[in-house]
Structure formats: structure tokens, C-alpha cells
Ligand binder design. Structure first.
Ligand code: UDX
Length: 470
């Protein structure tokens, strides 16, 4: 994969540049968080003019000065270039942002309430402010992950607070972006889903995504571009589109909890879960992805969306106990790790444990719902001394993690430890001098929470190696 500057003079690019000008639309993105900023930058990159609105003054000032509020591969380049081209703008003013827009994308946060329900107050607030402001016809698109039927409420809110007599149509266009590969996912999606109530919404959204569905843009990441075939665009009713997003995340979470539950069985039965996953994955109906056993899933989306789906299902009178079990299996992974440690080094009180990786997955500095934290909590409760290192997530972890030692590098995190737990599979850890690590430890126990290392190779180095389900 090569990052490249985006602008080049090949004839293909010239053609797509012409296409881009024709495709240009005026878009407003409300919320410059992970979803909103990636969406805005990518929509600008494929030729539109996007205004990102956020009420966080500091964030907007930072973005105007070229500072990213979080780390996401390729995003900084896209933001800077498109800002310089005046195709990507930032403002605090919702009124200013939506004035020129044909389409308004709602990308604000939908965090969990304490009962697991999605907190939709930011969505409602934005809908209300849009209603109070717009004077011309707009398409209002919900992109935030929301429970099914939210669009109906947005529609009602738009009607309730609309003094100007204009009619906004509502549509749903869920995103499927993963952190760490969000730009790539945006530019090369498996599918684009649009849930619409009428022809106008469909036409506008088809136009927005035309450069991607037709493959008629020059890819800012791959050169040559790997995505010349067209991308499917699925048009559904609004409720179905809303559910597709929640159902996709719940299904992927279910695959992970399935393989994790199976990992425990593999250990007891003397099987290797990586081999079992390989065999399962070769069945095209199942597929190999999201069958990596380990310490469980985290991040901002899976845990929250799973709970929100269970919650809305129950609200609508459906018992989705299957998904409650997915969550239970996931939460129990930390206890599995602690048990494994105790099986090898006896009591944890007073023992020094190194933890490699804090981010919920590699290539991000995001530690929200990170499985590493659940393990660290358990270790601290047992009275262990914990020393941690992560290549990117130290700063985001510091305010959320007390009672641990933050280390300069992977060696320091292993020094003097009776056990080392790998919690995030950063490629960087493959480049570490493992003989040196082993020599630094009091006892060379390596608990590979992601089945990242080769078992035999680790045993050759001299580690007592334990994986997950092998
Ligand atoms: C996810 C969805 O993939 C994305 O489509 C949606 O828009 C947002 O939620 P993300 O949260 O960025 O994206 O992370 P993802 O790469 O899906 O991983 C989620 C968690 O599952 C991570 O903690 C990861 O370590 C874990 N995981 C993933 C496993 O434990 N095993 C696997 O096989 C795959």
C-alpha cells in the first residue's frame, strides 16, 4: 500500500477530474468526530464541497490549523489537501454550514445510556436546529449509528420545529468504517446502503456516491488503484437501512464471541482454535474473517451497538437473548486471561505483569472499551503491579488508567515481570528483540492474548508460551 499525494497528471486522473467537477455537490456534515471527519474529507476528496460543522470550538480551530483531533491513517493528508483546495471547510456555525448544502449528513455521537439504550439527544438537537434554520428543501441523512425507527423521529422533529415551511426529506445512509482503515473503507466499501422514502433522496445519494460506485475517482491510498470494479449500492426503505448497520455489527460481534467460546473448548479438548477457524473459514458461507480468537472485542462501536440493538429489540417486544450471550462471553475473556496467569504463576498479588498494547485494536490510539483495560482492572484488583506500553495509545490511556506504570518502550514494560500479556497485536511487537525481552523478565511467561506470535518460535526463544485456545 502506498500513500501518495492524490494529484497526478495521468489521463485517467484527468478524466476523473472532469467527472468530479460534474459531480460536485454542496454537502454539510454535522459532527466532526471519527465518522463525520472521515466522511467529510472523503466526500471532498471524491469531488464534492463539504462543510464540517462541530460545536467544539477548539476542535474546529485545530482543524483549521491542520491539527487532527485523533489519529487515522491517510486522514491528515486528505484534510489538509482538500482544505487547501477549499473543498473541505470547518465551522462552528450550523446555520452557516447548512445554508448552501443540498444534503445534510448527521454524524453526531450516539453514546450508550446507563441502561444500554442509545442516547439520541445529540441527534434530536441537530434535527431541531436544522428545522429552525432551513429555508429551502434539503435532504437530511442520518449517518450516525442509530436504532431502527430513529429516522421517523428525526422526520417528526423536523416537522415540529420548522417555522419556515420548507420540507426536508429524511434518509438513512449508515457507514461501515473501521477505525484504522476508515479512509480505505470509505473509498473501497463492500457496499453502500441507502434507505430512502422517495425518488429524490435516492437520486441525490446516488449522485453523491457516483464517483465510488462507478470507480471514477483517483484513489488517494492505492496507486495503482485496486478498486476499478463497481461497488454495489443497495437501496432499501429507511428502517431496513437503519437495521443493516446494527445487524452487521451484531453479527460480527457474534462471530468473535463464537470463536472465543470455541477457543475455551479447544483448550480443554486439545484442539487448536486457529486451525479450527481456518477450517470453518474455508466454507464460503462462513468466511475466515472475524474468527480470530483472543481477549475479545472492544472499541466504540461493537459493545455499544450490541447493547443498543438488544435494547431496541426488547422495546419492540422481541427477546434477543442470543446477543446478550455474545456480550457475556466477551466480558468473560478478561477472567480467562487472569485464570491462565494464575495457573502458571500462582498468586498475582505482588507479581509484576507487563502489558503490551492498550488500544482496542492495532493502528488506532483509541482505548474506548479496550479489552486490555478489562484485563488491567482485573490484575490491579488482584494486587499485581502492572507496567504498560502501547506504540500509539499511551496519551489516550493516561487519563483513564491509574495505578499502573507507563513505560517508554516494550522492553521496559517487560523488565522484571513474571509474565507478559500481549493485548493488542501491533506489528511493531514483531520487530522487538524477543531474546532481550526474555532476558529482562523475572520469569519468561508470554501470554499471547491475540494468538499473534508463532508458538514454536516463542518456545525456541525460551518463553513459556500460552495462547488463546491453542
Ligand atoms: C467496527 C466495524 O467493523 C465497522 O464496520 C463499524 O462501522 C464500526 O465497528 P471497529 O470498531 O473500528 O469497526 O473495529 P473492528 O476492526 O471491527 O474490530 C472490533 C474489535 O473486534 C476489536 O477489538 C478487535 O480486536 C476485535 N476482533 C476483531 C477480534 O477480537 N477478533 C476478530 O477476529 C476481529
Amino acid at each position: 500500500m502506498h500513500a501518495h499525494s492524490g494529484a497526478s497528471g495521468t489521463s485517467k486522473d484527468a478524466v476523473s477530474a472532469v467527472g468530479r467537477r460534474e459531480n460536485k455537490m454542496e454537502l454539510c456534515i454535522v459532527g466532526a468526530g471519527h465518522v463525520g471527519l472521515v466522511t467529510g474529507a472523503c466526500l471532498a476528496e471524491i469531488g464534492h464541497r463539504a462543510v464540517c460543522v462541530d460545536d467544539d470550538r477548539q476542535k474546529v480551530a485545530g482543524l483549521l490549523a491542520g491539527q487532527m483531533p485523533f489519529f487515522e491513517p491517510h486522514l491528515e493528508t486528505l484534510v489538509r489537501q482538500n482544505h487547501a483546495r477549499k473543498r473541505l471547510l470547518f465551522t462552528e456555525s450550523l446555520e452557516g454550514g447548512i445554508e448552501q448544502a443540498d444534503i445534510i449528513f448527521i454524524c453526531v455521537g450516539t453514546p450508550s445510556l446507563s441502561n444500554g439504550e442509545a442516547d439520541l439527544s445529540a441527534v434530536e438537537q441537530v434535527a431541531r436546529r436544522i428545522a429552525e434554520t432551513v429555508r429551502t428543501e434539503k435532504l437530511v441523512v442520518e449517518k450516525s449509528t442509530v436504532p431502527v425507527q430513529t429516522a421517523r423521529w428525526v422526520e417528526r422533529t423536523l416537522a415540529m420545529y420548522n417555522g419556515g415551511g420548507s420540507k426536508c426529506e429524511v434518509a438513512s445512509n449508515p457507514e461501515f468504517l473501521r477505525e484504522g482503515s476508515a479512509v480505505e473503507d470509505f473509498m473501497h466499501p463492500d457496499r453502500i446502503v441507502i434507505g430512502v422514502a422517495g425518488d429524490r433522496g435516492e437520486k441525490l445519494l446516488r449522485e453523491v456516491y457516483a464517483p465510488i460506485t462507478d470507480g471514477a475517482f483517483s484513489c488517494p491510498i492505492h496507486h495503482p488503484c485496486t478498486n476499478d470494479q463497481s461497488v454495489p449500492l443497495l437501496v432499501t426503505d429507511i428502517q431496513s437501512a437503519e437495521l443493516i448497520k446494527h445487524a452487521s455489527n451484531a453479527f460480527l460481534s457474534m462471530k468473535i464471541s463464537f470463536i472465543n467460546a470455541l477457543a475455551d473448548l479447544c483448550e480443554r479438548a486439545g484442539a487448536d482454535v486457529t486451525a479450527v477457524a481456518e477450517g470453518l473459514g474455508l466454507d464460503r458461507r462462513i468466511g475466515r474473517s472475524f474468527l480470530n480468537a483472543g481477549i475479545g472485542f472492544g472499541g466504540y462501536c461493537f459493545p455499544k451497538d450490541l447493547q443498543a440493538l438488544v435494547n431496541i429489540a426488547e422495546k419492540l417486544g422481541c427477546n434477543f437473548a442470543l446477543l446478550r450471550e455474545v456480550e457475556r462471553v466477551n466480558q468473560s475473556r478478561a477472567a480467562v486471561v487472569l485464570r491462565k496467569l494464575k495457573d502458571r504463576i500462582w498468586l498475582l498479588r505482588g507479581k509484576r505483569i507487563g502489558v503490551w498494547g492498550l488500544a482496542f485494536k492495532p493502528n488506532t490510539d483509541d482505548v474506548r472499551e479496550a479489552p486490555a483495560f478489562r484485563i488491567i482492572d482485573g490484575l490491579l484488583q488482584e494486587g499485581a503491579e502492572v507496567q504498560v506500553y502501547d506504540p500509539k495509545a499511551m496519551d489516550s490511556a493516561r487519563p483513564k488508567l491509574t495505578g499502573v506504570t507507563f513505560c517508554e518502550d516494550p522492553y521496559q514494560a517487560a523488565a522484571g515481570a513474571e509474565a507478559l500479556v500481549l493485548a493488542t497485536e501491533w506489528e511493531e511487537f514483531k520487530a522487538v528483540d524477543l531474546s532481550k525481552v526474555k532476558a529482562l523478565m523475572t520469569w519468561p511467561l508470554l501470554l499471547d492474548g491475540r494468538n499473534f506470535f508463532d508458538k514454536e518460535a516463542m518456545q525456541e526463544v525460551g518463553f513459556e508460551y500460552i495462547g488463546m485456545g491453542r
